[in-house]
Design a binder for this molecule. Structure first.
Ligand code: ADP
Ligand code: ZN
Length: 215
């Protein structure tokens, strides 16, 4: 499958993407995960991105396009890919369209995960992420907690609250989403590529997306 997942922070893009990869071997490409690894490793990219990310601001489009142009040409993308957190702005979407045309790649559709705002807020403040960069499992202290001592059930590393999950950064991320990313709903709707899924449970959403892929 070749999909874009669209949705506010906390809409469950990461969880849905992971479940979809188990289905047909498509790879999940999360620009957020790529950037967080770069920050952790202290690479040049990470140094450029860190301050934007900690504030909950978007990283400049040019940096993101550099990452994605290289990433989409890696061999593991041949089987398919699920874009999680990209594109995030109209310029990114326009550049992606050019890049896909150049690489002769056609998308199935853009899946817009629609989640009520109160659900989003609750999810973001209760989210914990495994600190192991190769795991990054996502937990929720209410509905899907890590082990009692706060460690990951999959790899035993400590789970943490991300720097951009303070209340201030969360508010900023949601505002940034409304301002910069939500316009993509219209962008993809106009060209007939958008499918919207009311998304309260990741499992149901995955089932709905699979159905839409077959149709
Ligand atoms: P969420 O969707 O939960 O906000 P992500 O993990 O997708 O988080 O992204 C974390 C941060 O990484 C964003 O707040 C932003 O600073 C940066 N980022 C990720 N993807 C992009 C992108 N496509 N364009 C610009 N910045 C991005
Ligand atoms: Zn883990």
């Amino acid at each position: 499958m070749r999909l874009i997942l669209l949705g506010a922070p906390g809409a469950g893009k990461g969880t849905v993407a992971k479940l979809l990869t188990e289905f047909d071997g498509s790879v999940q490409i999360s620009t957020g995960d790529i950037l967080r690894s770069a920050v952790k490793e202290g690479t040049a990219l990470g140094k450029k991105a860190k301050d934007y990310m900690d504030r909950g601001d978007l990283v400049p489009d040019s940096l993101i396009m550099e990452i994605m142009e290289a990433r989409l040409q890696e061999p593991d993308c041949q089987k398919g890919f699920i874009l999680d957190g990209f594109p995030r702005t109209i310029p990114q979407a326009e550049d992606l369209a050019k890049l896909l045309a150049k690489l002769n790649i056609k998308l199935d559709f853009v899946a817009n995960l629609d989640v009520p705002r109160d659900v989003i807020l609750d999810r973001l403040t209760t989210r914990r992420t495994c600190s192991n960069p190769t795991c990054q499992a996502i937990y929720n202290i209410k509905s899907n907690p890590p082990k009692e001592d706060g460690t990951c059930t999959l790899c035993d590393h400590q789970t943490i609250q991300r720097d951009d999950e303070t209340e201030e950064a969360i508010t900023n991320r949601l505002e940034t989403y409304n301002l910069k990313t939500a316009p993509l709903i219209g962008f993809y709707g106009k060209i007939g590529m958008l499918k919207t899924f009311l998304s309260l449970s990741s499992k149901d959403t995955v089932a709905d997306i699979k159905k839409a892929l077959k149709a």
